[in-house]
Structures are given as C-alpha cells and as structure tokens.
Design a protein around this ligand. Sequence first.
Ligand code: BEZ
Length: 215
Amino acid sequence: MENNTITQMPRIGDKAPDFTVTTTTGPLTLSEYNKGSWVVMFSHPADFTPVCTTEMSGFAKEKDFFAKHNAKLLGLSIDSIHSHIAWVNAVHEKTGVLFEFPIIADIDMKISKLYGMLQPGESETAAVRAVFFIDPAGKIRLIMYYPLNVGRNMAEIKRVLVALQTAFEHSVACPLDWEPGDKVIVPAPKTIEDLAERKISNLEMVDWYLAKKSI
Ligand code: BEZ
C-alpha cells in the first residue's frame, strides 16, 4: 500500500528543533553545538554504501573551509553507533580520510522524523540526503533534500553557505549563480524619495527595482 501520510516538515525560518543525541564524538545537544556558529547538518541513507562514502569524504575534506566560515558539521544516519565507528574506521584505513565531525546514530529514527529526513515514498528505513543550514541564532535558513540515488554537490553546499552569510550580514540578496566576489542585489526602494536617491546613485542598475553593488 502506498504511504501518503504528510508529516509536518521543518521549514525555512523555523527554529531548529533541539535534541540531545549519541554521536561518534560523544553525546551532543544541538543548541549547545550551535552556540556562536552555523551548523550544517546532513543525513545520509546508510553507512558502508558507495555514494554516502563519497559525500561524507567530501565534507571531511572541506573541514578547513567550514571552520573558516564559522560552520560546524553534523552528520546523521539511521545506523547504530557501532556501525558508524566501524565505517569511519574503514574509510580512514582505506582512503586516509577521517570523518572528524560528529555523526548522529539515529537508530530509533527520532531525529530523522523530526527533520523530515525519513520520506517513506523514497525509503521507509533510510534517511534521504538532507542538508540543513542553521544560523547561529538556531534558525533554519536553507534546506536541501536529495533522493537516495543522487549525491549532493559540495560546490553548491559551500556556495549557499557563503551566500546565506553574505545576504544576512549585508542585508542584500544573491542573484542566480552568485559566487563569492560577485555583485549582490540591494533591496528595492520602498518610497518615492528612496527611488529618487537610487536614480542618482552609482549602483549598477538594470531597472529601479533591480540594482547591484559590490561589497
Ligand atoms: C549509496 O550511498 O550508494 C546508496 C545508499 C542507499 C541507497 C542507494 C545508494
């Protein structure tokens, strides 16, 4: 029988639901881990599977990037802590890549269900490939969901982290394909006076509502 149950999924702008869990680096409470930094939390379907190994290795290799951008990594799958430890050890021995970030052992599926990572039409037992970008105030700012059979794109994960940080820090927006160093979009004028000011500004202006600046 098809499972059409719609569960409440976390949304952009929601406070990230808090939890305390068992991870490969010990017990972890999200709200404490999140203090003063961004958290990039991602799920993978299962330990000892090929696509997941490439993805987790990708996160591990980018640890300096995430540290430089004040973002802590947090993995998750519906596996036991023993499975996680064995997998981390196996990948390290085979490839030299060490998953130093904590990985949640969500064996009872509590966090997967809380974050909409368990999507029964895709799998009843494995989390989809989700990524949650949580800001230092504990708010969810961007969510990605990928199916089991397509790996994520590390360049895009890095790009959106920097785009989010840039947009919030400068109260601007990032256009299509924005990359760090590119011009950003300034908010549209809200009054006739603002519009008059904009007309004589040195912003790059496509139209009065679409203007860009360098930061
Ligand atoms: C993988 O990571 O290769 C994988 C995991 C679960 C289902 C399909 C592929």
